[in-house]
Design a protein around this ligand. Structure first.
Ligand SMILES: [Zn+2]
Ligand SMILES: [Zn+2]
Length: 211
């Protein structure tokens, strides 16, 4: 039986999630900018052991803590192949935006769309370009959960206005969400990269960008 836990860290308020199995092995989703807090408050107290990480996209606040977990737990970071270059510019963007404590990821594995099995965990990777060109949503069918990064939020969608940082576009983002995400079962819980959780059905009915 898998469990999902989350924590919000850093000046950007990024949600990092741990999906764990009964042995404590876990996949970290979006190891954001404050890995020490993630480790102290999410990993260690729950006796978890990160075996791998997946970034929903290559932005600094979603990959900036990955190196810490690669160094400490030997966990690699999976990133969609179209966002690897962006992930490798995390420190560059941290300098531009004045965000301290960010490091570039060191052990990146490339992901494409479709089913992926990592250790005991089976996911469906849904490519949802728009916020970034390599943005993904991670569907965990057995828990009825989808991790949407900065693609879909409660009552809003991700930004696409910051040149060089947001590498997609709003029309593309809306199309991605409508064609690839809203077809999931309505009760699917949406775990976004920032702010509170919602459901697919709720956003279908109430998200002003999608109705
Ligand atoms: Zn982002
Ligand atoms: Zn973000």
């Amino acid at each position: 039986m898998l469990e999902i836990r989350g924590i919000t860290v850093g000046v950007w308020g990024t949600n990092c999630y741990a999906i764990s199995d009964e042995n404590g092995g876990c996949i970290l989703i979006d190891p954001g900018e404050d890995p020490i807090t993630i480790d102290k408050e999410l990993i260690i107290p729950n006796r978890l052991r990160p075996v791998s990480m997946i970034a929903t996209h290559g932005h600094l606040d979603h990959v900036g803590g990955a190196k810490y977990f690669t160094d400490k737990y030997l966990a690699p970071l999976y990133v969609h192949e179209d966002d690897v270059a962006l992930a490798n510019k995390a420190t560059y963007w941290a300098d531009v935006l004045g965000t301290p404590g960010i490091t570039n990821p060191e052990k990146i594995k490339r992901l494409g769309a479709g089913p992926v099995i990592i250790k005991n965990f089976s996911f469906e990777i849904i490519h949802t370009p728009g916020h970034t060109i390599g943005g993904i949503c991670i569907y965990l069918k057995e828990k009825g959960a989808v991790f949407t990064g900065d693609t879909l939020f409660f009552h809003t969608i991700g930004r696409s206005d910051r040149a060089g940082l947001d590498t997609g576009g709003q029309d593309l983002l809306v199309e991605s969400i409508k064609t690839r995400l809203l077809g999931l079962p309505g009760g699917t819980i949406v775990f976004p990269g920032h702010e509170i959780s919602t459901t697919i059905e709720h956003e279908r009915q109430h998200n002003p960008f999608l109705i």
